[in-house]
Design a binder for this molecule. Structure first.
Ligand code: BDR
Ligand code: CA
Length: 313
């Protein structure tokens, strides 16, 4: 399915306002061969994340990209959602088209297992949601690791959180899945809150996106206006988490990071979902995680703007 010079990519997501911008950039880029979008319960229930992925695919004119519905709940925890950030639909703020096609009949986990077992070249995974789908696929068939080039994950923080003082939403929502993924030995790059809280959406950015003047940029501006309206007042703008994963895959020199041992807390009621980042002692039984902590936010926004225009690159 991949074509020459492109990166075969699967996007595992829970759209979600910031997931939506990530999908817009990825689906508008000729650098990716997007093999599929897998949806999971997260920001809103699975019924809506899967539906939202199809609405976005339709908006972007990418009916060729299949959408797979995945796990409707975390491995062990009760589902937590984030309507207070993303609205009741998960994509409040914009008028989006009705989907022009159904979801694929295969379960997202089966799609991951089948695709990663048979891919002619290793596939990159962009994960912007609770990690339930990937964890279940790895539990079912650990050998799929051989079909994965790298996993870039938005989640966690370098000893900081957003939903609790120490836990970030995606890892808090399914800490056991995150632990399975981080203990898998896969080559992981982590895009934590420390990066995404430097990439703040301002009114100026929204105005520039709107001024591009096409249906995708209008929808992006409307979604980001809503996203800005639900942010914590203490922040100068809304942190644009998930698009940083796609920006990293498109232009790595916008980011900097360090190798670390990353473990996910699953036991303590007080700190469940915390990503404990240890840069002083690296793991000896698996590869270190690349933890990003530096970003050029201006460069990230220029990249996003370039991919919402008429000819994304
Ligand atoms: C993450 O949580 C979700 O609400 C966002 O879509 C992002 O993936 C940020 O903590
Ligand atoms: Ca997300």
């Amino acid at each position: 399915m991949s074509t020459h010079g492109t990166t075969p990519l699967i996007i595992d997501c829970d759209p979600g306002l910031d997931d939506a911008i990530a999908l817009m950039v990825a689906l508008n880029s000729s650098r990716f061969a997007v093999l599929g979008i897998t949806a999971v319960a997260g920001n809103v229930p699975l019924r809506l994340t899967e539906y939202n992925a199809r609405r976005l695919r339709t908006l972007l004119g990418r009916a060729d990209v299949p959408v797979y519905a995945g796990c409707p709940r975390p491995l062990l925890q009760t589902l937590v959602t984030a309507e207070e950030i993303h609205g009741a639909t998960g994509l409040d703020g914009a008028e989006l088209p009705e989907p022009d096609g159904e979801a694929a009949s295969r379960h997202a986990v089966s799609f991951l297992v089948d695709t990663l077992s048979t891919a002619p070249e290793p596939v990159t995974l962009a994960c912007t949601a609770p990690l339930t789908n990937l964890a279940v696929a790895l539990i079912q068939r650990p050998e799929i690791a051989a079909g994965i080039r790298e996993v870039v994950i938005m989640g966690g923080g370098i000893n900081r959180g957003n939903i609790t003082p120490v836990a970030e939403f995606n890892f808090y929502a399914d800490p056991h899945a995150a632990r399975v993924v981080f203990e898998s030995g896969l080559p992981i790059t982590l895009v934590p809150l420390d990066v995404t809280h430097q990439v703040l959406v301002t009114e100026d950015v929204i105005a520039r996106i709107r001024a591009i003047g096409n249906p995708v940029s209008h929808a992006a501006a409307d979604l980001l206006s809503y996203y800005g309206s639900t942010r914590r007042p203490a922040l100068a703008g809304a942190p644009l988490h998930d698009p940083c994963v796609i920006a990293y895959l498109l232009q790595r020199d916008l980011f900097g990071g360090f190798p670390a041992d990353v473990r996910i807390e699953t036991e303590s009621a007080l700190t469940i979902g915390q990503s404990v980042v240890n840069r002083r002692r690296l793991p000896d039984d698996r590869p270190a995680v690349t933890v990003l902590d530096m970003v050029d936010p201006v460069g990230v926004f220029e990249l996003i703007l370039a991919h919402l225009g008429p000819a994304g690159t």
